[in-house]
Design a protein. Structure first.
Lengths: 248, 230
């Protein structure tokens, strides 16, 4: 199989801002190993679950209680093994958890941290989240190029622009070419296809290759393989609620 | 953001329309050296109706008629030293001039070629969204060039960019960002200021590009001017 464009990079994603989630999805679409950090207890309604299938494809998922000191510590240890952190935390949450650029930088000197925000109290995805997330993905790639030449990390802060209620986006139905849509296999069979990436690479074609993770689906890989925790340590963290139970 | 993120990266901007020109503008705003190529005496179509000042700010501007063989030879030399080429010509137009992807790749095996297709019916917001997609795709391509040790052709399908956004469950299509291309607004990227600069006048940087980058003599440049090539 041909190497995907961003196969060399690991991206850690946290927070709920849809623009950040979309940014991380684009990076996953082009081959970065995206690890999405989700809260231990998630209670998604059907709409959120359906949206998550689209927004979190091509990502791995782990569950972690960031408000627990050991959870925060594990997050920073993951950051130390990542090239990029995409965070879409609300301002108040960021402050409470003390997850500043400096905190990530202390974990890894040359880390790239992208803070990607949206309007507060966002409950659905807006077109602004898509444009903001796309711009942020470009900015992260620019920062990775810069890192390649200088060895330095940096912070990026991008927030969605104000939105206006306008007679806006009405894609021409004729332009919705069928080749955009790709089959996906979800364990629960909820959806059978979704729009792929509208960028066609001649040498490194990128596709939907992973369905959205189930809660904690990749905890063993993330905490065991990447961070080197033993089965006993993971079991203890599960009991304490620091990491979620797989499929919990 | 550090405004020189893309220092040392050379982009050839053959854009005609807004989306591709906006892509070049964002790359220039991140510090890339973006050379905008216009036909002598014509100007590109995006000049006619759109806020060219914002679309082309921070680029260098040259004039070059690459439909003439002498001009095509100069474009080939520019391509040899470039990292990426952005274009939005009708399919096969560049191919008919000897600049199909295969020929471009022969001239510069590491070149990233980004072709933007957009039928122009989507309005300013569509141009904005597709321009952002082209910007991100170009940077992904530049990153990939080192990984796979060769360039590639990336097609950014404008209509599909819109359809992909519209297909997200629960997306609210009735709210869009205030357009970035509004001439009354300062140029930025989602609140991040882009590197300052103004749009070049047509051919403003002919001397520094043809003489400084390609090493032409003043006499050569003069004769190209007289022949209407630059």
């Amino acid at each position: 199989m041909r190497r995907l464009p961003l196969a060399a990079f690991r991206v850690l994603e946290l927070g709920a801002a849809p623009a950040a989630t979309y940014c991380a999805r684009l990076l996953g679409d082009v081959g970065a190993e995206v690890i999405r950090v989700e809260p231990v207890a998630r209670h998604d309604g059907p709409d959120e679950r359906r949206r998550s299938l689209h927004m979190n494809r091509n990502k791995l998922g782990c569950s972690l209680d960031l408000s627990h000191p050991r959870g925060r510590d594990l997050l920073l240890r993951l950051a130390a093994r990542s090239n990029v952190v995409i965070e879409g935390l609300a301002g108040s949450e960021k402050e409470r958890l003390a997850l500043t650029y400096e905190a990530f930088q202390a974990a890894r000197r040359d880390i790239i941290v992208a803070s990607v925000g949206g309007p507060e109290e966002e409950t659905s995805i807006s077109v602004a989240d898509v444009t903001t997330g796309t711009a942020a993905a470009g900015a992260v790639c620019a920062a990775l190029l810069h890192h390649r030449h200088t060895g330095s990390g940096l912070r990026i802060e991008i927030s969605a622009r104000a939105t206006a209620r306008t007679p806006a986006l009405s894609p021409d139905p004729h332009s919705q070419e069928r080749r955009l849509f790709e089959p996906v296999s979800h364990p629960d069979g909820q959806i059978k296809e979704m729009a792929g990436l509208p960028w066609r690479f001649s040498e490194t074609p990128a596709h939907v290759r992973l369905p959205a993770p189930r809660p904690g689906e990749h905890n063993r890989y993330v905490f065991g393989d990447l961070l080197g925790l033993s089965s006993q340590e993971m079991a203890e963290l599960e009991r304490e609620g620091v990491i979620g139970r797989r499929d919990g | 953001m550090n405004e020189d993120l893309l220092a040392g990266i050379l982009i050839i901007d053959l854009s005609q329309g807004v989306a591709a020109a906006y892509c070049g503008r964002l790359l220039a705003g991140c510090g890339a050296d973006v050379i905008r190529v216009e036909r002598p005496g014509v100007g590109n179509s995006s000049r006619v109706s759109d806020p060219e000042e914002h679309l082309n700010a921070g680029k260098r501007g040259i004039t070059l008629d690459y439909t003439q063989p002498t001009g095509a030879a100069l474009l080939r030399r520019l391509v040899e030293g470039a990292d990426a080429l952005i274009e939005d010509h009708p399919p096969d137009f560049l191919g008919s001039l000897g600049f199909g992807y295969r020929e471009l790749n022969t001239a510069n095996p590491r070149l990233i070629v980004v072709s933007v297709t957009l039928d122009g019916s989507g309005g300013p917001f569509a141009e904005h969204l597709v321009g952002l997609n082209a910007f991100a795709a170009t940077l992904v391509g530049l990153l990939s060039a080192a990984g796979i040790e060769r360039g590639q052709h990336i097609e950014v399908a404008g209509g599909e960019c819109l359809a992909a956004a519209a297909s997200l469950p629960g997306i609210d299509l009735g709210r869009t960002p205030s357009p970035l291309l509004d001439p009354s607004e300062p140029a930025d990227m989602m609140g991040v200021p882009l590197k300052a600069g103004r749009a070049p006048r047509p051919g403003e940087h002919n001397d520094e590009v043809y003489r400084g980058v390609l090493g032409l003599t003043p006499e050569e440049l003069l004769s190209l001017r007289e022949a209407g090539v630059v």
